[in-house]
Design a binder for this molecule. Structure first.
Ligand SMILES: Cc1cc2nc3c(=O)[nH]c(=O)nc-3n(C[C@H](O)[C@H](O)[C@H](O)COP(=O)(O)OP(=O)(O)OC[C@H]3O[C@@H](n4cnc5c(N)ncnc54)[C@H](O)[C@@H]3O)c2cc1C
Ligand code: SF4
Length: 338
């Protein structure tokens, strides 16, 4: 028995869930997004208090295993050299991301042909370029046009974030080595933009930007999607996708509402946008008589071979003041070894 029938249900209101909600909103279909976390409140962000650095290691840690908020579930990453980071709530990972916004290069789509590894993509950069541009506009990406590492034609939405003293030190270093450098593309508003206040360079981007300057999708796509009629329901955790055995198609979801009551929502279209861990988790949880190994799993590969994003840094101590604590952090990049 279904409690309700809608046109589209989106599972997860993070980066991709917010973008797809906005992109479908103009159809005026009845679209519901079920998101397990609550709407982030900028007034709660650690930077509004003096203990913000300590809170970055506690309730605003990027690790759900440390944070342990009601919206988080523990993730066993014992066998992984790279630990899980995420955020569960509208905006998803972008609430804690630094806003670094490099595009793929055309060569990324042809790694099999060019480098003999992995596989070529079924699409190329030129096909995706209009969508990169649209996303830059929605997210409010700052940058400087003319980077020779990119194909020509990319236009910046706003001026770049300031290099600052640390960026100038890095630029001098790159110049001495003769390496490429360029001001980074960052989804940080350097001017008042789309209802968001401009960045004030405080430097605490990775515990949530209380200023609203950082383009996390709770402040970029979601206000537009909600205004256009999308029904975003927070603190609703999806348990599984249901199947219509006659058509062999997904028919809706079973979820827990904010009071923990189990509900069934029928939908003509089911969109799964629950990230690299949550998406296979739901597909496997949805095992049923017609799909005993979970949905979309005829290969047996769902939930295997997850590739996390490695990250390494070098920290330097300088005699002169370089204002390394100020933000945004991602002010300069080099694609010398891309
Ligand atoms: C600390 C950090 C730094 C990062 N830095 C950058 C950066 O500088 N630049 C960059 O491009 N990327 C960065 N990223 C990565 C980027 O944020 C992610 O790639 C992006 O958010 C993934 O989008 P997604 O929609 O797939 O998943 P997410 O944004 O994770 O959204 C998935 C959503 O689904 C919800 N969900 C999951 N399961 C369920 C369920 N069962 N029921 C209901 N809802 C559910 C989750 O709560 C979450 O809100 C960073 C991420 C983190 C965490
Ligand atoms: S440095 Fe800018 S983007 Fe980062 S938290 Fe401060 S205001 Fe937000």
């Amino acid at each position: 028995m279904s409690d309700e029938t809608v046109d589209v249900v989106i599972i997860g209101g993070g980066a991709s869930g917010a973008a797809v909600a906005w992109s479908l909103a103009a159809t005026k279909m009845h679209i519901v997004c079920l998101e397990q976390g609550p709407m982030p409140n900028p007034a709660d962000y650690p930077t509004t208090g003096k203990d913000w650095e300590a809170r970055a290691q506690r309730d605003y840690s990027a690790s759900p295993n440390v944070r342990k908020a009601p919206a988080d579930y523990p993730i066993n990453d014992d066998d992984s050299p790279i630990k899980i980071v995420n955020f569960n709530g509208p905006g998803g990972g972008t609430v804690l991301f630094s806003g670094h916004f490099p595009r793929f290069h055309p060569s990324d789509f042809k790694v099999k042909t060019l480098d003999g590894i992995a596989d070529d993509w079924p699409v190329d950069y030129e096909t995706l370029e209009p969508f990169f541009a649209e996303n830059d506009k929605m997210m409010g990406v700052s940058g400087l046009e003319g980077d020779p590492a990119y194909p020509p034609g990319k236009t910046a939405v706003m001026p770049p974030v300031p290099l600052g003293k640390s960026g100038q030190v890095l630029a001098k270093g790159f110049n001495a080595l003769g390496h490429h450098w360029w001001p980074s593309d960052v989804s940080v508003a350097t001017q008042d933009y789309d209802g968001r206040a401009q960045c004030i360079n405080l430097g605490a981007c990775m515990t949530g930007c209380a200023q609203g300057a950082k383009g996390s999708t709770d402040v970029t796509y979601w206000p537009h999607a909600i205004r256009a009629g999308v029904d975003l329901r927070t603190e609703c955790r999806v348990k599984k996708i249901t199947m219509n055995d006659e058509t062999g198609m997904a028919s809706g979801v079973v979820y827990f509402d904010p009071d923990g009551v189990e509900r069934h929502l029928e939908a003509h279209v089911v969109i799964l946008a629950s990230n690299g861990i949550g998406t296979p988790r739901i597909l496997l949880n949805s095992a049923c008589d017609s799909h005993p190994d979970g949905l979309a799993n005829s290969s047996g590969l769902v939930g295997r071979n997850l590739m996390l994003h490695p990250y390494s840094w070098v920290q330097g101590v300088f005699d002169e003041e370089v204002d390394g604590h100020t933000g945004p952090h991602k002010n300069i990049w080099s694609h010398q070894f891309y």
